[in-house]
Design a protein around this ligand. Structure first.
Ligand SMILES: Cc1cc2nc3c(=O)[nH]c(=O)nc-3n(C[C@H](O)[C@H](O)[C@H](O)COP(=O)(O)OP(=O)(O)OC[C@H]3O[C@@H](n4cnc5c(N)ncnc54)[C@H](O)[C@@H]3O)c2cc1C
Ligand code: FES
Length: 497
């Protein structure tokens, strides 16, 4: 069977069609972005009878959310010991409890709205094959107990892969099908959703926001930006305090799903494991092997995952493979709340650090309360205008350095190469007639050209040989070999006519 380059969640889902935007609209609240964050927030506004619309550039649930592994857990790596060290016990406790509450909230929403999305309770396990990580697991365990969490256990017999040395389990977490969930939930307020509504600009005038999408204007009092990476740079400056990280995933067929828990390792390369049932077929999903978006050391990403899958299910066959990226903050806590102190009634939710399912529910609660004029006890845990991450000076320097180096490359001549000398199935930046051009030569020698500068802030792109995409090392935009945008924050294609 051929391997599809598509997400396993695309099968057997009801592909709703929503309205397209073809007139100007006046509304109270405008949500921009129809992924899990936008839709979970929209649901809260709908339940509170608020006047809102959702603008989605493409089809809803067609970006990061669709390509995730869809575990619903408060076990976000070994995060609690770090949060406690950085921000204290109280913030670590609030982070844990709000994420645990999100799992309960999913159960309620799914039951109240009668959503068929293969939701299943299971345990979440983090393991290491590195003998030197014992202390890290112990520190995490002690920290969790000290903040009052009792559903955590250190295991000494985990065997999902060979040579596991240590592991730690959170009981009663969950997993589901993210596309089935999002489609069914959004059906409740389908008349509020506009697809293929590409927001190009947002301005403030006379205490109102004017949103320019396609050829129309939306005039509203409040904006909620759920575009994954923010499409507005200033004054939020999220592009300085965030980067994107790409993970790879494969889905293979297996005989039976004799394990139902979800797994993640602590080591490098990362490995994420879960099972799912799609159309009555048992599927094993192996993900991970992540790298900062735009890094060039990308070889054999899928092969590594296939080897892991074969250790679990020796005769399995790959059905699908895909990659996607998420926004990473410098202190591992998402940004949820005010976009900036200078923009009233303008809210943001981003930087989910690959844990967007529980944290988007948290976002829906914080932002709903902000709109209703209430404070929540977790505002201080997730607040988006914080500058603490700047204290993570090494990562900040790394972010800025990569941007500066990449922008700087524009000023130097890249060694001229002759088109004919580029091997097949290779991407390169070359100079033709004094102009730099990104060239991809496919397996048959056909040439595809792009402008090799990112249309966001003009960083030089790198070629991702695994996925055949042009990736930006600065803030993670991605483009296909034709120059079409695959991933924000860039919002303009890089075609060469
Ligand atoms: C490989 C991988 C595995 C993951 N697994 C898990 C997991 O197991 N558990 C977990 O909790 N999290 C996981 N995550 C993280 C999770 O998938 C994300 O955090 C979450 O899906 C992000 O949701 P979102 O709504 O912010 O973004 P998206 O789903 O990307 O939605 C953003 C939407 O905004 C739209 N948009 C962008 N620009 C515009 C514009 N100009 N105008 C209008 N609309 C616009 C986009 O088209 C898109 O539909 C994983 C992430 C990755 C990369
Ligand atoms: S994503 Fe910002 S310059 Fe490319």
């Amino acid at each position: 069977m051929d391997i599809n380059s598509k997400s396993i969640w695309e099968y057997n889902t009801n592909n709703n069609n929503y309205k397209t935007l073809n007139s100007d609209i006046n509304t109270d609240i405008c949500i921009i972005g129809g992924g899990i964050a936008g839709i979970n927030i929209a649901y809260k506004l709908y339940k509170n009878n608020l006047n809102f619309i959702v603008l989605e550039k493409n089809k809803i649930c067609n970006k990061t959310t669709k390509y995730s592994t869809a575990k619903i857990t408060a076990q976000h790596g070994l995060i609690y010991y770090n949060i406690k060290q950085k921000y204290g016990l109280s913030i670590a406790r609030k982070y844990l409890n709000s994420n645990l509450k999100s799992i309960e909230e999913y159960k309620k929403i799914i039951s109240n709205e009668n959503i068929d999305c293969d939701f299943e309770t299971c345990d979440s396990i983090i393991f290491t094959q590195d003998i030197n990580r014992k202390k890290d697991i112990e520190n995490e365990y002690k920290c969790l107990r000290s903040i009052g969490y009792t559903s955590v256990e250190i295991l000494d017999n985990e065997t999902i892969l060979p040579n596991i040395k240590y592991s730690i389990k959170f009981k009663n977490q969950a997993k589901f099908n993210p596309v089935k969930y999002t489609y069914t939930l959004s059906n409740l307020f389908n008349e509020k959703i506009y697809e293929y509504a590409n927001v190009k600009n947002i301005k403030r005038r006379n205490n109102k926001y004017i949103i320019y999408a396609n050829n129309n204007k939306i005039i509203c009092n409040k904006v909620i930006l759920c575009t994954h990476f923010p499409i507005k740079d200033i004054p939020g400056f999220y592009f300085v305090k965030m980067y994107q990280d790409t993970s790879y995933a494969i889905a293979v067929n297996i005989k039976d799903t004799d394990f139902k828990n979800v797994y993640l390792n602590l080591d490098n390369p990362t490995i994420s494991i879960r099972t799912a049932k799609i159309d009555n077929n048992n599927i094993l999903i192996v993900g991970g092997n992540n790298t900062k978006t735009g890094d060039t050391a990308l070889e054999k990403k899928y092969e590594f995952l296939e080897n892991i899958a074969k250790q679990i299910a020796p005769n399995c066959k790959i059905l699908d493979r895909w990659s996607t990226q998420d926004c990473m903050t410098l202190d591992q806590i998402p940004y949820i709340g005010k976009f900036s102190n200078f923009m009233p009634n303008f809210y943001i939710t981003t930087g989910f650090n690959k844990w967007g399912f529980t944290t988007s529910i948290i976002a829906s609660n914080i932002i709903l309360n902000k709109i209703l004029g209430n404070k929540t006890e977790i505002d201080d845990t997730f607040f988006s205008t914080r500058v603490h991450p700047i204290k993570n000076i090494n990562k900040l320097y790394y972010n800025i350095n990569q941007s500066v180096q990449s922008i700087f490359l524009n000023k130097f001549k890249i060694k001229k190469e002759i088109l004919d000398k580029i091997p097949n199935d290779t991407g390169r930046i070359i100079k033709i007639n004094n102009k730099k051009i990104g060239i991809y030569k496919d397996i048959n020698g056909k040439i595809f050209k792009v402008h090799p500068y990112c249309s966001h802030l003009k960083c030089v792109l790198t070629f991702n040989a695994e996925d055949k995409t042009w990736d930006c090392p600065c803030h993670g935009s991605r483009f296909d070999i034709y120059g079409n945008i695959l991933n924000s924050p860039a919002n303009i294609n890089i075609h060469i006519e």
